[in-house]
Design a protein around this ligand. Structure first.
Ligand SMILES: NC(=O)c1ccc[n+]([C@@H]2O[C@H](COP(=O)([O-])OP(=O)(O)OC[C@H]3O[C@@H](n4cnc5c(N)ncnc54)[C@H](O)[C@@H]3O)[C@@H](O)[C@H]2O)c1
Length: 319
């Protein structure tokens, strides 16, 4: 597989799939988008074009929108797409049987050289891969939302994935400007979701114990931890603080941290009351009558990510 020239197919062109396709098209690859739902498929190109215009306006694409979007095509047939591609990313529903069916099909119609990657966030790669005969070329490629703006992608080994599949996947992702991270064991939640959920578990515990309001907890995470995390990860921080200090703090603190092995009562009760967050208008926050707006939060998220990407582009150009 020549990673510069790989023809990429995306199976499932929903929220993640179309953004992943866009990232590959911006990176110079021909991309074919596939979806069972023709309405979703037909809309995906328009949505990709509108995102591209925004990125072009921000100066984050080198080529004009039309040139990039001309590399994206739509294909209702998974078989057709698979035979024409040598790097395939699956982003269908998060359902093991749906994913296994998809990999069974992809494995039977594509060349054995083709890499089959799954964007699953929570299902074991090994179980998805075992639907295929050639399991050595099945790998996890976990993009984060929104995939065209978030740099990291976790590249996950299944039990039978071979090193060459992982190194080619890393190479192709680097080639489109992503920051791949290799996950050597097929562990639930990979790296990012595990760390995120340790944080969500502790944050919900602090609310449940009456230690602080959701707003104050989010303020500390955003304004103390978050602003620094982009440049200093937790293990760099451990070295900066001193591993001896970490050892001492951990001795006292760890036993006081939440150890729940299932969702806490506060979370289960909220779900039972229908307080599911933005879907119902109420979760930890009031999204209906309060001052919070979903559009505003998403707009802030995207403009923050765009600002970071622009800074990185400028640093690159200055080199
Ligand atoms: N949403 C996120 O933040 C996020 C982040 C990282 C990873 N993921 C993972 O990405 C995957 C997709 O999630 P999403 O949020 O884009 O979901 P989505 O529902 O927006 O998109 C899934 C798409 O797959 C299509 N589809 C379903 N079965 C299909 C099949 N057999 N063949 C072709 N198309 C099929 C559906 O029509 C739908 O358009 C999931 O595995 C999810 O866990 C999601």
């Amino acid at each position: 597989l020549n990673s510069d020239k790989a023809k990429v197919a995306i199976i499932g062109s929903g929220l993640m799939g179309r953004g992943i396709g866009l990232a590959f098209a911006i990176g110079g690859h021909d991309v074919v988008l596939v979806d069972l739902n023709l309405e979703v498929l037909n809309k995906s190109l328009e949505q990709a074009k509108s995102t591209l215009s925004m990125l072009e306006h921000e100066g984050l694409t080198i080529e004009p929108t039309d040139k990039i979007s001309s590399r994206i095509s739509l294909e209702p047939s998974i078989e057709e797409a698979a035979t024409k591609s040598n790097f395939i990313v699956e982003a269908v529903f998060e359902n093991l049987e749906v994913k296994r069916d998809t990999f069974r099909k992809l494995d039977s119609v594509s060349s054995v050289e083709t890499i089959l990657a799954s964007n699953t966030s929570s299902l074991p790669i090994t179980q998805i891969a075992s639907a295929a005969i050639h399991q050595e070329r099945v790998v996890g490629a976990h993009f984060w939302n929104p995939p065209h703006l978030m740099p990291a992608v976790e590249v996950v080994y299944g039990e039978k994935t071979n090193d060459s599949t992982v190194s080619k996947t890393v190479e192709i992702l680097r080639g489109i400007g992503k920051k791949p991270a290799v996950v050597r064991k097929d562990i639930a939640g990979q790296i990012g979701i595990r760390i995120l959920y340790s944080m969500i578990r502790e944050a919900t515990h602090l609310v449940e114990s009456g230690v602080a309001s959701p707003e104050d907890i989010d303020t500390v995470v955003k304004e103390a931890l978050g602003t620094r995390l982009e440049v200093i990860g937790p293990l760099e921080l451990a070295d900066l603080s001193g591993v001896d200090l970490v050892n001492n703090v951990a001795k006292g603190l760890y036993k006081t941290l939440d150890h729940s092995i299932e969702p806490q009562k506060i979370v289960k009760d909220m779900v039972a009351r229908g307080e599911t967050g933005i879907k119902s208008g109420k979760g930890f926050y009031d999204w209906k009558n309060g001052t919070r707006s979903v559009d505003e939060v998403l707009r802030k998220r995207d403009s923050h990510l765009i600002k970071i990407l622009k800074e990185r582009r400028d640093q690159q150009l200055a080199k």
